[in-house]
Design a protein around this ligand. Structure first.
Ligand SMILES: [Ca+2]
Ligand SMILES: [Ca+2]
Ligand SMILES: [Ca+2]
Length: 371
């Protein structure tokens, strides 16, 4: 690692890299070049100063197209620079990740942005990474694709939560939703998010201490806690799910051995069924919400603990504010393909699901896909 003290030095190193000479990512039709410089300003790296850019070597940088099927991974050099070339015109997501040992603790720094590559232009940009804050409750996995196309079987959907902190947290009164799947042009001006279905853990929000999730615990909430492989051989057994969505107003199945989250919307009889295409799931503290005139639930963003939007198509229009999730999980997933979407790394939450999630080949309720 070498700290560059002036911009001139950085510019010179960028110029030296023009035309790359690094590994080709393999897009023969493309002529664009993208120089990515990765820097930290936290002052946490040995030899760095807080507030000043410190260029990082050995950073894994991922480039994923948002407009066509393409992905490449490269590593920054001693000047903190890496180069992708032979790129086709289009929109790309850039993700950087670097681990260091601080004392005895392994810390992970990440950062991401999107960029537009046009024609044969060379684009240069600097990506500033930030330390992952992993002391929280988060959505770790959403399995929504279903497993049997022949019978349109998707009753095996589940949502998995993870406590990435070192403290026991409590789920009392927490709400888990299916978000309203519409494009709202005024979404970014609103201080709430809107759910079409909402289910709540028992207990008192915020202050309740009856329903723990222990440090590093993964907890699965099943649409229905049954052995789905009896109805679809490619499906999974969810009889051991930790919790179950149960709509007491409908004709929902209730596994009496698995505790329930109950529907909170008047006259709503539907189970927690989420879209197989494009949708979002939010968890909120449950301390405050209102029901609007369309019988939808408005959750103040200040009460949102985590939210994940998923879509097979990375160029979909956002339905969940970028203040909760800037990207999409589940990109390229196929309906009834039996694949799931899960965090790339336990506790990795940058609020950009395009970066935070990948698609393991099968669902892992209550455990993590080792990869
Ligand atoms: Ca149910
Ligand atoms: Ca039950
Ligand atoms: Ca899992």
């Amino acid at each position: 690692m070498r700290r560059l003290v002036c911009c001139m030095a950085a510019a010179a190193s960028l110029a030296a890299l023009s035309g790359c000479g690094l590994d080709m990512p393999g897009m023969p039709d493309g002529r664009g070049t993208f120089l990515v410089t990765v820097a930290d300003t936290s002052g946490l790296f040995p030899g760095s100063v807080a507030g000043e850019p410190f260029y990082l070597d050995s950073v894994e940088v991922r480039l994923d197209s948002r407009t066509h099927m393409f992905g490449a991974v490269q590593t920054t050099n001693e000047a903190g620079v890496t180069c992708f070339d032979h790129l086709a015109t289009g929109s790309y997501s850039v993700f950087a990740r670097r681990e260091i040992l601080l004392g005895s603790a392994k810390k992970t720094f990440t950062g991401s942005f999107t960029a537009l590559i046009m024609g044969d232009k060379t684009l240069s940009d600097t990506l500033v990474v930030n330390l992952i804050n992993s002391s929280q409750l988060m959505i770790n996995e959403i399995y929504y694709m279903g497993s049997c196309a022949s019978t349109f079987y998707f009753y095996d959907q589940f949502c998995e939560l993870y406590n990435s902190s070192n403290d026991t947290l409590y789920l009392d009164g927490c709400i888990v939703t299916r978000q309203l799947g519409t494009i709202d042009p005024e979404m970014e001006q609103k201080d709430y998010v809107t759910a079409i279905y909402a289910f709540q853990f028992p207990g008192t929000p915020v202050t309740g201490r009856e329903y723990p999730i222990y440090p590093k615990q993964l907890l699965a909430i099943a649409q229905d806690a049954v052995n789905h492989s009896r109805y679809c051989s490619a499906s999974i057994d969810l009889t051991n799910a930790d919790w179950e969505f149960f709509n007491q107003l409908g004709s929902d199945y209730d596994n009496l051995l698995v505790p329930n989250l109950l529907n909170i919307i008047p006259n709503k009889t539907t189970d927690w069924m989420i879209s197989l295409g494009h949708n979002a799931v939010v968890i909120a503290t449950g301390e405050e919400y209102t029901i609007d005139s369309d019988n939808h639930v408005r959750l103040p963003i200040s009460t949102v603990i985590d939210g994940v939007e998923y879509s097979a198509n990375s160029s979909s229009s956002k339905e969940l504010t970028v203040r909760v999730d800037a990207g999409f999980a589940g990109i390229n997933l196929v309906k009834y393909g039996g694949q799931s979407t899960e965090r790339r790394e336990l506790g990795l939450d940058t609020n950009d699901s395009t970066f935070d999630f990948w698609n393991p080949p099968y669902p892992t309720p209550g455990y993590y896909y080792a990869h």
